[in-house]
Design a protein around this ligand. Structure first.
Ligand code: HEM
Length: 228
């Protein structure tokens, strides 16, 4: 491989890692907000969640942030695909780098889990984002503290009363956990921040991040479905 190509691959890995870590930060915020829907289950108007979602949907800073977020997803996906195809094209079959983050069992399936997460995101957008923005009509409105707003909490609860969606979300979120488990430590390695001293800590932290996010998101459809 020419020096120019190696440099370009390293730059892509670097940017992809930064985007991945940024997306993990978004997931923690997204999880925190979504969990609040469980607080008012059965109330019908989900005041805690709807108020927070309404703030997010009307705050100009968050609106700009949303475009940054979409760009980060797009860059992460496109660079991931390019790097994977380059990898397949340049490596002999079965080749593995010993002692690197690639030895994680989930590492061989990053592209596969990534593709499932992408399909999840498309369905997720149809389920929630397009409904909340009125692209798909039908969202109801509620009055909370004198202010009229979309009842997005009810949209979530309605979706998760459907067993097929619950099954799909649980399976996809498990794969998200696998993707994050390897992705977290791999990002630190690509950024040159993995070494003998901090390596085990970063690996452990990756496990915690993956488990907290996957289980945290999985709890939502399960609790809603089984308390209907
Ligand atoms: C049980 C799990 C989840 C629930 C209940 C949920 C709920 C929602 C809702 C209601 C929206 C629309 C927000 C709005 O338009 O105001 C949304 C948007 C979004 N979700 Fe999720 N989500 C879940 C998991 C995830 C996961 C795992 C990811 C990423 C892998 C994700 C990525 C996004 C993105 C990128 C958006 C659009 C940006 C935004 O509106 O904030 N979500 N989600």
């Amino acid at each position: 491989m020419s020096n120019k190509r190696v440099y370009s691959s390293l730059t892509k890995k670097y940017v992809m890692s930064l985007m991945g870590l940024f997306l993990i930060t978004f997931l923690f915020v997204h999880l925190g907000l979504n969990l609040s829907v469980l607080k008012d289950l059965g109330s019908g108007d989900y005041p805690t969640f709807n108020e927070a979602a309404h703030f997010m949907a009307t705050n100009p800073f968050i609106q700009v942030f949303q475009w940054v977020l979409f760009a980060a997803f797009l860059i992460h996906i496109i660079f991931g695909l390019i790097l994977q195809f380059q990898n397949w094209a340049s490596r002999p079959k079965g080749y593995k780098v010993k002692g690197s983050a690639e030895e994680n069992i989930f590492s061989q399936y990053m592209i596969h889990t990534g593709i499932v997460i992408f399909i999840f995101l498309v369905i997720h957008f149809v389920n929630f984002f397009m409904v909340s923005k009125g692209i798909i009509p039908g969202i109801q409105h509620v009055k909370i503290n004198g202010e009229e707003m979309e009842n997005l909490g009810k949209v979530i609860v309605d979706v998760f009363h459907n067993g097929y969606y619950v099954t799909f979300y649980v399976l996809a979120l498990l794969l998200l956990g696998f993707h994050l488990d390897h992705g977290f430590q791999s990002a630190f390695q690509s950024l040159g921040l993995q070494n003998k001293k901090y390596g085990p800590f970063i690996k452990g932290l990756g496990h915690v991040v993956a488990i907290v996010l996957a289980l945290g998101f999985i709890i939502i459809p399960l609790v809603i479905y089984f308390t209907k």
